[in-house]
Design a protein around this ligand. Structure first.
Ligand code: RB5
Length: 147
């Protein structure tokens, strides 16, 4: 898969670990994040990954900031994006199975690197279940269309 990755300064080190891990799993990575630890603004990186995923330039995305929250809020402003913050593997699996999340997010100040890799793997291994879950995603899409 082609995976867009984005991060702010709080997550640069973890981003490099996740990029290496994704490559080892055989994925192509597009790095939209900062490679620096200089303070920067997470909305920019959330938007970049959100736009790449929504445009189909990437199959899905991984976003990392201090908590995973700010960068996911920014990405979720891009129509078509369903970015979900996960701090455990069960949630990571369920956001794909039920919510068809196209971006997973987590916090470099919240989860350690081994758990972060497990979260990414649980998300990538899961499959959207469709059915009643698709109906609910259609409802979310309808809310976007009200803008
Ligand atoms: C940066 O200090 C921090 O606010 C950011 O990484 C993130 O946690 C915001 O949600």
């Amino acid at each position: 898969m082609k995976i867009a990755v984005g991060n702010d300064h709080a997550a640069t080190e973890l981003k490099f670990e996740i990029v290496d891990y994704l490559k080892k799993l055989g994925h192509e990575v597009i790095n939209f994040g900062t490679d620096s630890t200089e303070s920067c603004d997470y909305p920019e990186y959330g938007a970049r990954v959100g736009q790449a995923v929504a445009a189909g330039e990437a199959d899905c995305g991984v976003l990392i900031c201090g908590t995973g929250v700010g960068i996911s809020i920014a990405a979720n402003k891009v129509p078509g994006v369903r970015a979900a913050v996960c701090s455990d593997t069960a949630t990571a699996r369920l956001v794909r199975e039920h919510n068809n999340a196209n971006i997973i997010a987590f916090g470099a100040r919240i989860v350690g690197s081994e758990l972060a890799k497990d979260i990414v793997k649980a998300y990538l291994d899961a499959r959207f279940q469709g059915g009643r879950h698709q109906t609910r995603i259609d409802m979310i899409h309808e809310i976007e269309c009200r803008r």
